[in-house]
Write a protein that binds this ligand. Structure first.
Ligand SMILES: [Zn+2]
Length: 136
């Protein structure tokens, strides 16, 4: 009896350690889906030409890249960090979404950060980081 239980367990049980691999699977599926969709780049934004069933993530993706393009276009690439005051031109700066702000085309929702502060912000906002990983 005991052996049969063990056997069953080994074949059915949920494997939390496989979580990462499952994410990879999802990514793969998403990129495969993307290939099938007509996505055009127009006026600094990705535009989805064909509707699809499960498109929530795609909608967010369009927003993410569209807004970042908009930010760089109208406000330029950041050259300093508003968080720590770093302004060494050899360092890399990025637009970051402020905590609790929405991805909207509002300059005040975004902050210019150096890589270090940006990573720190991401560490604080796990949810945002997860979203970003999904689109990487
Ligand atoms: Zn900084």
């Amino acid at each position: 009896m005991r052996t049969s239980t063990t056997f069953k367990k080994g074949h059915i049980g949920y494997k939390p350690w496989l979580g990462k691999e499952r994410d990879l699977e999802t990514k793969k599926k998403i990129s495969e889906k993307l290939k099938g969709n007509k996505v055009a780049f127009k006026n600094g934004q990705f535009i989805r030409a064909v509707g699809n069933r499960n498109n929530k993530w795609l909608g967010e993706k369009v927003g993410y890249y569209g807004i970042h393009n908009w930010l760089s276009k109208y406000f330029g690439q950041p050259k300093l960090c508003e968080q720590c005051g770093e302004n060494d031109i050899n360092k890399r700066y990025e637009w970051a979404l402020r905590k609790n702000a929405k991805y909207e085309r509002k300059r005040k929702n975004f902050i210019r950060l150096c890589k270090k502060c940006h990573n720190y912000l991401d560490g604080v906002s796990i949810e945002l980081q997860n979203r970003r990983n999904m689109y990487a």
